[in-house]
Design a binder for this molecule. Sequence first.
Ligand SMILES: Nc1nc2c(ncn2[C@@H]2O[C@H](COP(=O)(O)OP(=O)(O)OP(=O)(O)O)[C@@H](O)[C@H]2O)c(=O)[nH]1
Ligand SMILES: C=C(OP(=O)(O)O)C(=O)O
Length: 243
Amino acid sequence: MRRDEKPGAPRVWRLVIPLKPLSRAKSRLGATAGEALRPGLALAFAQDTVSAALGCASVRGVAVVTDDPLAAEALSALGARIVPDLPADGLNAALAYGTAQVRAHAPESAVAVLNADLPALRPAELLRVLNTASAFPRAFLPDAAGIGTTLLSALPGSELRPAFGGPSRARHLASGAVEIALSDVPGARQDVDTAEDLRVALALGVGVHSAKRLSGGLGPDGGRGLVRAIPRRRREPTRSVGD
Ligand SMILES: Nc1nc2c(ncn2[C@@H]2O[C@H](COP(=O)(O)OP(=O)(O)OP(=O)(O)O)[C@@H](O)[C@H]2O)c(=O)[nH]1
Ligand SMILES: C=C(OP(=O)(O)O)C(=O)O
C-alpha cells in the first residue's frame, strides 16, 4: 500500500537511530573517503542526522543505539540519549532493542527508526514524513534508490518489526507497513552508501558537520572532485531536546 501525504493527528515522536562502531561504519565509502577519513565522515553523517532530527518540531527525543565511545560522546553532546547495543546481533536486533528501551521509558510513544547516514536531512522534511506516518500503525520511507528504507515508524500499540538491510523496501511493504510516497523530501531519502550517493547529497546540501569534514577534500581515488563546491545551506533553527 502506498500513501501520499495525508497527515494523521499531530503526534510527538521519539526516534531511534542505529550506528555501528565507527571503525566499521560506511565501509562502502572506504575507497572514496580514504580509510583515515572514513570513520570521521561516518560520525559527521550521524551528527547531521541527529541534529536535523532534534531540530524537528514533532520530535521529543532521539536515542542512538551504538557501542562506539567517541560517537556516544559527540552525539550525546548534541542532545541524544545513548543506548548501548547490548544484543550485538546486527542492525534489526539493535533497532528492536532501542525501541524497547524507549518504550520502557515512555510506553505510549510513537517511535520511528532512522538511518544514521542522512547528512542532507532537513527538520522540515522529517516533520512532513512523520506527519504522514501519524496516520498509519506502521509506515516506512523508501530510500532514494527505491530499494532500501530510511525510516520505519510504529504508533503506540504497534510493534516496529524492523526488516532493514539490502532490499528492505520490499520486505517492509510485504510486512504490511504503509509506504510513504512523498515526492519532495529528498534529504530524508538520500542515504549515503557510495560515492555517487555522496555526490547527490552534496548537491542537496549537507549539514554543517559533514560539510566541515569534507571541506579539506577526500582521499585518494576520485573523492577530490566530490567536494569542489559544497552548496551553502540554509539551516532551519535547531532545538536541543533531551529525552
Ligand atoms: N547499533 C547498530 N547499528 C548498525 C548495525 N549495523 C548497521 N548499523 C547502522 O544501520 C545503518 C545502516 O547500516 P549499513 O548500511 O548496514 O552500514 P553502513 O555503516 O551505513 O554502511 P556499509 O558499511 O557501507 O554497509 C547505519 O546507520 C549503520 O551505522 C549494528 O549491528 N548495530
Ligand atoms: C540498511 C539499509 O540501508 P543500506 O542501504 O545502508 O544498506 C536498508 O535500506 O535497509
